[in-house]
Ligand binder design. Structure first.
Ligand code: LLP
Length: 490
């Protein structure tokens, strides 16, 4: 049905507009290939959510493989094109922390991207997927000796060193192996970007990276970043490839990337002159934002790429240096929108809530908020709890002509903060057994999932060319008990 303003709830946050059509999928939150079929069900590549539920159960992560591949390629193509005349193209490292399994790692490689890892476990997935070491990067602020050794065993293309302490450790380990470690230095450029803004003041008070602030080491006037460059050039077991920064996540405006890029280039140029070295690479990290709700406005990769290329081009010209080879590390912007989570609705309840804002005239006026419980929750999507993240949802298993009702989609955990979608208009007739789909769950949902309350983590289904297959199976009760040593061992 078409909605009218009388259905709007005063409890809804300001940004949440009443959708014109509750049955319509609102772009750009959904993967390409997701649509409503003639029966009014959400379908992906022609496969309806009911079929998916029947075959794989719920909750379920449903990922479009074709969409993943085309988003990965879009980043690679857009950045290659924008930087072609500057440094011959860009190396795009997919940030595996956002979502990683062997199938995804192999798609990344097939689409011409590299893979950014940040633990021994992620390296293990890359190895299992057959990714060549030279196409891997290893991050982390606290890499263990075992992880550093593993990276060297795998001949990873770059270890991104996070601290002076670690630089020394990598140098020692490589030296004891009679090898040279390829290293980049992660710097904190003092640019802290957030979704709609960036703050170009020092953001030093965090665990990552080497500070570029002049007074950041005990040696007067030398920044930790410079001290690391000087040290790296003095170790014969270190090949210093260049510099790296990552300014934050879910960022829409390209300005923050540009400011950080310029700052790193100036530093890179100064270091090249001062230490008579060449730093051939510069990585500008990831962090490009996606749409979780209809009001989010992600930028197309080409727009971001051109903005960043313009700054690299002009700064290098001004400094009179050859541009280093640029790399980036998008995670969320590649995988986030490829996936929706499919849930089954269970318990429903409606509560009456006071008017917001404490309006005296509205005293004693209450409004309904409906709680729609689904069969997953904070164990498959911790982002609302961790970051107050907003999501959206649609009734996926049928169309409805009922009026919109402000709803809160919650999970089944023993925790009142267990919210999946804080505020969404859903048809008033949503009932137990209906299926809900929550878009934009490809990044940092499965990756952050847990077994809280002994819930089994959902599987991940990939859909391509009209066929669905599991790329990660869901956990079973047996899996849940697998590591429990049993009463005999107590
Ligand atoms: N490179 C580095 C060094 C990073 O630390 C990250 C993310 C990325 C690349 C990829 O960022 P992306 O393009 O995916 O935004 N769990 C949080 C996000 C944590 C991001 C950690 N680092 C969330 O769910 O919002």
């Amino acid at each position: 049905m078409t909605t009218d303003s009388s259905h709007a709830s005063p409890l809804a946050p300001e940004w949440l507009a009443l959708p014109e059509d509750l049955n319509a999928l609102q772009s750009p939150m959904w993967a390409a290939g997701v649509e409503k079929n003639d029966a009014g069900e959400v379908a992906i590549d022609g496969i309806s959510v009911k079929e998916l539920k029947e075959q794989f159960g719920t909750p379920l992560f449903v990922m479009s493989e074709s969409d993943f591949r085309s988003r990965a390629r879009a980043f690679k193509d857009a950045f290659d094109a924008a930087f072609a005349d500057i440094c011959g193209g860009v190396d795009v490292y997919y940030a595996g922390k956002s979502f990683l399994c062997t199938a995804v790692a192999s798609w990344v490689a097939e689409e011409g991207l590299r893979l950014d890892t940040c633990s021994g476990g992620e390296l293990a997935v890359a190895a299992r997927a057959g990714i060549e070491g030279r196409n891997l990067g290893l991050h982390g602020n606290n890499k263990s000796d075992a992880e550093i050794n593993r990276a060297l065993d795998m001949h990873v293309g770059r270890i991104v060193v996070d601290s002076l302490d670690e630089l020394e450790r990598v140098a020692k380990i490589a030296s004891s192996r009679g090898e040279t470690a390829k290293v980049m230095l992660r710097l904190t450029p003092g640019v802290h970007a957030h979704t709609h803004e960036f703050i170009a003041t020092a953001h030093e008070d965090q665990k990552f990276g080497l500070s570029m602030a002049e007074d950041s080491t005990e040696e007067a006037g030398l920044s930790a970043a410079e001290e690391a460059v000087a040290a790296a050039t003095s170790y014969s077991s270190i090949e210093l490839l260049g510099l790296h920064c990552h300014i934050g996540s879910q960022i829409f405006e390209p300005d923050g990337f540009a400011v950080a890029g310029e700052k790193l280039l100036r530093f890179l140029s100064a270091m090249q002159s001062k230490y008579s070295i060449v730093l051939p690479e510069l990585d500008l990290g990831g962090g490009y934002g996606i749409a979780y709700t209809p009001v989010d406005t992600p930028r197309p990769p080409a727009e971001i790429a051109q903005a960043m290329a313009a700054v690299v081009r002009s700064t290098c010209a001004e400094l009179g240096i050859a541009a280093p080879r640029i790399s980036i590390e998008p995670g969320r912007a590649i995988v986030g929108s490829t996936t929706f989570t499919l849930y089954e609705v269970g318990t429903l309840k409606t509560v009456r809530v006071d008017a917001p804002g404490g309006d005296a005239e509205q005293e004693n006026v209450t409004y309904p908020r409906r709680y729609v419980s689904v069969d997953g929750g904070m164990s498959d999507n911790a982002r609302p709890v961790l970051y107050d993240a907003d999501y959206s949802a649609i009734l996926a298993s049928r169309s409805s002509t009922a009026a919109p009702q402000l709803s809160r989609v919650v999970g089944k955990h023993c925790e009142s903060g267990d919210i999946v979608v804080r505020d969404v208009y859903l048809p008033a007739d949503v009932a137990a057994g209906d299926l809900l789909a929550v878009p934009g769950t490809g990044a940092y949902c499965w990756a952050l999932s847990s077994n809280y309350n002994y819930l089994a983590r959902p599987g991940v289904v990939a859909v391509r060319d009209g066929a669905a297959r599991l790329i990660v199976r869901g956990e079973t009760e047996e899996d849940l008990l697998n590591r429990d040593m049993g009463v005999a061992n107590v």
